[in-house]
Design a protein around this ligand. Structure first.
Ligand SMILES: Cc1cc2nc3c(=O)[nH]c(=O)nc-3n(C[C@H](O)[C@H](O)[C@H](O)COP(=O)(O)O)c2cc1C
Length: 172
């Protein structure tokens, strides 16, 4: 189905797992969920990538991210899709960063006109869920219909395919 886009932001490398354990991910949690969604619904898959590289050390990186959010810095993105006009439904995937959208996701969303689109947000976190991210999406994407968000615990992303699959079925 060419009128569906799944877009996501996700970091590989160090992340925090249950028990405050630092683990090294080959693929980010949100990327895992995004791929399951695209497998279920078809359409196009797009990864939001920044020009800058975030600090590798997770415990330092979280403060880099917080600073960016506090100052409202929009990091430069590598590339945007030429247009989102052809898509009716857009699945927007993001990790929870301090209960807010990562600034790369803000930068991506602000780039487009979302009027008339259906947006299904999906979030991975280590327990806080969607935080204020759905409200942020609603504010930025004026005129879009925002569907109920899917919240997945990052460390359970790999084993959540059937839950993700069922969620996509009620969203379209
Ligand atoms: C900067 C930063 C802030 C985070 N803040 C929270 C938080 O407030 N609540 C939470 O449950 N998880 C938080 N996390 C954990 C991530 O949301 C979680 O590990 C997510 O699955 C990471 O997705 P990714 O692997 O696709 O980047 C944070 C992670 C980072 C890097």
């Amino acid at each position: 189905m060419a009128n569906i886009l799944t877009v996501y932001f996700s970091l590989k490398g160090q992340t925090i797992a249950p028990g405050m354990k630092i683990v090294n991910l080959k693929k980010g949690n949100t990327a895992v969920v995004a791929e399951y969604i695209q497998k279920a619904v078809g359409g196009d898959l797009f990864e939001i990538e920044t020009v800058k590289t975030y600090i590798k050390d997770h415990m330092k990186m979280i403060y880099e991210a917080k600073e960016e959010q506090k100052k409202g810095i929009r990091p430069e993105l590598r590339v945007f899709p030429d247009s989102i006009e052809e898509y009716d439904t857009v699945f927007v995937g993001t990790p929870n960063w301090w209960n807010e959208l990562p600034m790369p996701v803000v930068a991506f969303l602000e780039h487009f006109d979302w009027k008339g689109k259906k947006i299904s947000p999906f979030v991975t976190s280590e327990g806080s869920g969607v935080g204020s991210m759905v409200d942020q999406i609603r504010k930025i994407c004026q005129g879009a219909e925002i569907k109920e968000a899917l919240s997945i615990r990052g460390s359970e992303a790999e084993v959540s395919e059937s839950r993700i699959d069922s969620w996509t079925k009620i969203k379209i």
